[in-house]
Design a protein around this ligand. Structure first.
Ligand code: SF4
Length: 413
């Protein structure tokens, strides 16, 4: 990864009268910009720093640049009709001499990039979904009372007797059969989760029955049914740890970051925070022969009360996780912790700080970034697509790569 400070070559040009010249230069250079793939990070601008991060997506190089150069990159990749106005705006921030020197530095940078850039790889063909995941409401029972839990509505339906509180075993087996018969991917796998709606480890014996059933079906049909577990991390019995050791179980654990943040949103039903219990269970996993935290996903929810993913990610990395998925909360916008008109600015600030931290990791060759650059992470999905130059035809995989199964066996996209 290259890091350069693009120095400004000072040249002497007199006065305001040359603004027309700058505009025609900018037009010429904007043509040059169209052949390159440079993005200028506005993060530095927001923080009022004197340097910019520039990223060239064709050569995958990062650069540190003087502020004028960063501003010019932003300007010259914008539509031509805006250039004249923006040159005018720039002249309120910089002297014309600085602008002309910046244009020279910009041209130097573009020529440098055209020498080191390779032609972009051909765009990948969209070949369809590689994996199919059946996300299933297994049980509505839970020992936590997370403030943003979106199962409360379903629980009230169950309390009114309209739906069962736990998925009947026969229904759960039908879900597995349905996946095997209809949804196995080209490598002969289907992924099943009985983790929506409540804590699956409260019904561990049932989970074991389904585990055995998946193995039976896999042996009979040749389709691998992979039973995954998403847990709140508070109910790890000796029996469960032994099961994980013997079967290399991979799981996702919900944890929202540092203790104060986590406990404020994910208390036990008694009101006590659940962080200490989870961290204690994490150390038991580390001491066991389970696959360990390297392969365990930490699933964090980001709320409007603390919308700072960098703080969450760094804490989870310190705990030992190497697969971290953070996503913004989904709840009624009237809630103070939701993503809504009052909190959106905080989320923007938090993700800006997060992106800046990622860039710093890249520049410093700090591997931490790979813990969050995973396809399940809300923000990383966009970055991975940008880096790989892939397109996504649909917003998500609902109905093609992911199916929801209600507690009564109903199938939803
Ligand atoms: S652990 Fe999951 S199901 Fe239980 S209260 Fe929290 S969000 Fe809801």
């Amino acid at each position: 990864m290259g890091v350069i400070c693009a120095g400004l070559r000072r040249i002497s040009l007199p006065g305001e009268a040359l603004r027309g010249w700058y505009e025609s230069e900018a037009m010429r250079l904007s043509d040059l910009a169209r052949d390159t793939h440079v993005f200028s990070s506005k993060i530095a601008l927001l923080r009022n720093e004197l340097r910019f991060h520039l990223y060239d997506s064709r050569s995958c190089k990062h650069f540190l640049a003087e502020r004028i150069l960063g501003d010019l990159v932003s300007l010259l990749i914008s539509p031509r009709e805006d250039i004249s106005r923006q040159i005018h705006d720039l002249s309120s921030k910089y002297t014309l001499k600085e602008i002309s020197a910046g244009l020279v530095a910009y041209e130097e940078l573009m020529r440098h990039l055209s020498r080191i850039s390779k032609p972009p790889p051909p765009r990948r063909k969209i070949t369809g979904w590689r994996e199919v995941h059946l996300l299933t409401y297994g049980t509505l029972s839970c020992n936590l009372a997370c403030r943003y839990c979106n199962s409360n509505h379903v629980r009230s339906l169950a309390s009114a007797g309209n739906i069962p509180k736990i998925m009947p075993l026969e229904t759960a087996m039908c879900v597995i059969d349905f996946g095997v018969e209809n949804l196995a991917d080209r490598t002969g796998r289907v992924f099943v989760y009985f983790s929506l709606g409540g804590e699956p480890l409260l019904s561990f014996k049932r989970y074991l029955l389904l585990w055995d059933y998946c193995n039976d079906v896999s042996q009979k049909t040749g389709v691998s049914v992979i039973l995954n577990i998403n847990t709140n991390g508070t109910v790890f019995t000796e029996e469960f740890i032994r099961h994980c050791e013997e079967n290399n179980v991979w799981m996702a654990i919900s944890i929202d970051g540092p203790k104060d943040i986590h406990d404020s949103m994910r208390p036990f039903r008694s009101g006590k925070g659940s962080y200490d219990t989870i961290v204690n269970n994490l150390s038991r996993i580390l001491e066991s022969k389970c696959v360990g935290l390297n392969s365990t996903t930490a699933a964090a929810v980001l709320t409007g009360i603390n919308p700072y993913p960098k703080q969450v990610a760094r804490h989870l990395i310190d705990l030992g996780f190497r697969r971290i998925a953070i996503k913004p909360v989904r709840d009624n916008t009237s809630k103070e912790w939701s993503l809504n008109a009052q909190t959106v600015e905080g989320f923007k600030e938090g993700y800006t700080e997060y992106a800046e931290w990622m860039l710093d990791c890249l520049i410093k060759e700090d591997d931490s970034i790979y813990s969050v650059l995973i396809g399940h992470d809300f923000f990383a999905r966009y970055l991975v697509r940008l880096i790989q130059e892939t397109k996504q035809a649909y917003r998500c995989e609902a109905g093609s790569g992911i199916f929801g199964i209600g507690i009564d066996g109903g199938l939803y996209p």
